[in-house]
Every structure is written in structure tokens, then in C-alpha cells.
Ligand binder design. Structure first.
Ligand SMILES: [Zn+2]
Length: 390
């Protein structure tokens, strides 16, 4: 009896060891699909981790681990990326990663965009990497060229280059001799559309003709923004924005405000509104505050914010024009990852005209004549941006 028991224990031990060995010999992937647009793929398993890429709805991803509500994604690069489970659906599991096949690459142009249309068996993860103000690389991961059946057509003289990145992923590069006017990726059925906006035009007579500009008066409704005594940031933002709108219209632009009155609008609602309008330029108008209440009178001046490289010039021109025309202090042109300015199409900037927290400056900001001066300066900044870059 004893002998048999020992034998059984040994046997189960061996069996268990053999089975465990088997598990280690392959990876299991969870296949997930993005369910929202502009989904961040991040450097770490946290909503604060750096953004690596943004994915539209319908991207198929192989995840190899799950922790803290994030799926881990191995793109075959030298590090892992993470995607929040709230942005994806789990579709199935697999032990083999099947790369998507690229059947067709077609590069063409229409009135507003240059487009590289990539036809695939399924939509894999991708990235838009700004290599300079003037150039962008589109990279397509987890895919292979279907060499036997591949159709390649190029119907534009724009500067596109088809190559591979250091990890052997398809790379479509675009470069221009002027700063980019926006780029984005869209999904259309089995096609990835890699889009670059054609350079803006500048004409002396009606310099803003053909441009669609969205002005975003920050805050509103239940969200007053920065407050000093009875002065609310949301009201100043709206007043300045309305004045900017009427001046831009006179120069030929199509102009829209994200809110026309004192009402609440979410940050992504404002971004979506600009997309719906096919905006070329997006300007968010704000007044600054300073968290250190004791020293708030020491902070003053105008600052501008951008996220994408190509938006820097617009931010800087507007800030410079305000500083020049209003004599407010130069508080810098700064990189910031803010929801309303993260998209690269439209070219997007956020302007903090001045400090509502600063007593002297708040008196100026609430004055209607000073607001007119600010509006004129913002419009002149837009004109300078177009004149100096295009
Ligand atoms: Zn604000």
C-alpha cells in the first residue's frame, strides 16, 4: 500500500512538472480591440504614464499581460506599452500572433490632404512620430507586406518615402520644406488612412480665406475657471473669444466658438467640435491663476502652450504679438500635455492671456478696451504665423 502511494505521488509530481513545462513553452495572447477614438497607448500601466501613441476605434491588439486594469502590449520594440481596459473589448485568446498583411499602398492627394492609404487584412497598432516641425513618420506595427500581391501606387509629387524602421516595421515618412499644417490617422474599413494636411496658404488681401478656425473660450457654466473676487475667468475668456471671432471673420476665415454663451462643455467635447468643423486652427483662450495664493501678485504675464511640434510656431507668434501690443510680460511658450491641444490636426494652442490671480493684471483683463487690444494681438499673431511660415 505504502509503495503504491509513493509511486502515485511520484507520478503526479512528474505529471505536474511536465505540464508546468508545457505552459512555459508558449505565450498566451488576449486579443483586444479599441472601442473609443484617440485611445492612448502608454509607457506604463497607469493613466499618468507617458503617451506613446493614440489609436482610433477598431484596432486589433495582441496583449500578453494584464495588471492594474491595463493590458500590456508587445509591439516587438525594446519596451512594452499599456492600454487601459476601459478603452478596449476582449475578443478572443490565441497562442500565436498573426501579423496583419499589407495588400496595398496608395499615396494620393485631394484639395486639403495628402493621404497614404494602406489596405490591410486587419487594422494593427500604429504611431505618428513627429521627427521635426516639418516631418512625420507613420509606423505600422504587427504587420507584414504581402509581397506577391502588393499593389503600390503613388499619385502625388509630395515628399513621401516608404521604408522600414529599425524593428522592420513599415514606415511611411512625409517631409515638407515648411512646418506641417496637421496630420492624423483614420480607419476606413480595412484601410488605414495616414493623412497630412497640405500647407496653409497666405494671401495679403484676405489672408485667412480658406481657413477654418475654432476659438475655444475656456471653462463655462458650472466651471468658472480661475476666480478673483467677483471676476470669473470663464466670462473674460468668452468676451475675448467673441472679439477674436469677429476680427478673424473680417479677414476671411470661417470661425466657430466652442461655446457662444455661459455653458459647460467637456474638454473632449471641445476637441470633437473642432474635428466636426474640420478646423485648421484651434485656439483655446484662458486666464492664468497661481496656486500659491500668498505669492499670486508676483506672477504675471502671457504664456502660450502647445503639444505637437508643428503647433509651436503658432503658440509663439500669438504670445509674442500679445507681449508686443499689450506690454504684458513674456511668461513663455511651453510644451504641455493638455487634452484640448493634444491633437495634431487642427494645429492647436492654448493661450493664458494674463493672470487673473494678479491684482493689477486682473484689472486690465476685465477692461473691455484691454480685451479688444488682446483680441487684436491674437489675430495679429495668427497672421504672423501664416505670413512667416507659408
Ligand atoms: Zn483656464
Amino acid at each position: 500500500m505504502k509503495k503504491i502511494l509513493i509511486f502515485l505521488l511520484l507520478l503526479s509530481g512528474f505529471y505536474f512538472a511536465a505540464f508546468a513545462g508545457d505552459i512555459e513553452s508558449y505565450k498566451q495572447y488576449t486579443i483586444i480591440k479599441t472601442t473609443n477614438n484617440y485611445v492612448p497607448l502608454r509607457d506604463g500601466a497607469s493613466d499618468n504614464a507617458k503617451r506613446f501613441s493614440h489609436l482610433e476605434k477598431g484596432v486589433k491588439i495582441f496583449a500578453d499581460e494584464y495588471k492594474n486594469n491595463f493590458y500590456r502590449v508587445d509591439l516587438g520594440l525594446d519596451k512594452y506599452y499599456w492600454i487601459n481596459k476601459k478603452d478596449v473589448d476582449v475578443t478572443s485568446k490565441t497562442i500565436k500572433k498573426e501579423p496583419s498583411k499589407i495588400n496595398e499602398i496608395k499615396i494620393f492627394e485631394d484639395e486639403k490632404y495628402y493621404t497614404a492609404k494602406i489596405k490591410l487584412t486587419e487594422i494593427p497598432p500604429y504611431n505618428e512620430i513627429e521627427t521635426s516641425k516639418n516631418s512625420v513618420d507613420f509606423i505600422i506595427y504587427d504587420s507584414i507586406l504581402d509581397k506577391e500581391n502588393l499593389i503600390q501606387t503613388i499619385e502625388t509629387n509630395a515628399n513621401f518615402k516608404i521604408s522600414k524602421d529599425e524593428f522592420n516595421n513599415l514606415k511611411i515618412s512625409y517631409f515638407s520644406n515648411v512646418p506641417l499644417s496637421g496630420h492624423n490617422v483614420q480607419i476606413d474599413g480595412d484601410n488605414l488612412l495616414l493623412k497630412v494636411k497640405k500647407p496653409f496658404l497666405y494671401g495679403e488681401n484676405k489672408p485667412l480665406e480658406n481657413l477654418t478656425i475654432v476659438i475655444d473660450p475656456g471653462h463655462g457654466g458650472k466651471d468658472p475657471g480661475a476666480v478673483r473676487n467677483n471676476l470669473k475667468e470663464k466670462d473674460i475668456n468668452l468676451e475675448i473669444s467673441k472679439k477674436v471671432k469677429s476680427k478673424l471673420k473680417k479677414l476671411g476665415a470661417d470661425v466657430y466658438l466652442t461655446r457662444e454663451k455661459d455653458e459647460y462643455k467637456g474638454l473632449y467635447e471641445r476637441v470633437d467640435f473642432a474635428k466636426e468643423k474640420n478646423a485648421d486652427i484651434f485656439i483655446s483662450i484662458h486666464q492664468n491663476s497661481y496656486l500659491d495664493r500668498k505669492n499670486e501678485n508676483k506672477k504675471e504675464g502671457t504664456s502660450a502652450f502647445y503639444y505637437n511640434k508643428e503647433s509651436y510656431n503658432l503658440a509663439d507668434e500669438i504670445k509674442n504679438a500679445i507681449v508686443k501690443r499689450t506690454k504684458l510680460k513674456d511668461d513663455g511658450t511651453n510644451l504641455a500635455s493638455l487634452a484640448v491641444i493634444r491633437t495634431a490636426d487642427p494645429v492647436s494652442v492654448l493661450i493664458e492671456c494674463g493672470y487673473i490671480a494678479n491684482k493689477k493684471e486682473s484689472e486690465k483683463l476685465s477692461d473691455s478696451n484691454f480685451q479688444k487690444k488682446l483680441a487684436r494681438a491674437i489675430v495679429s499673431g495668427v497672421k504672423n504665423y501664416l505670413r512667416n511660415n507659408f
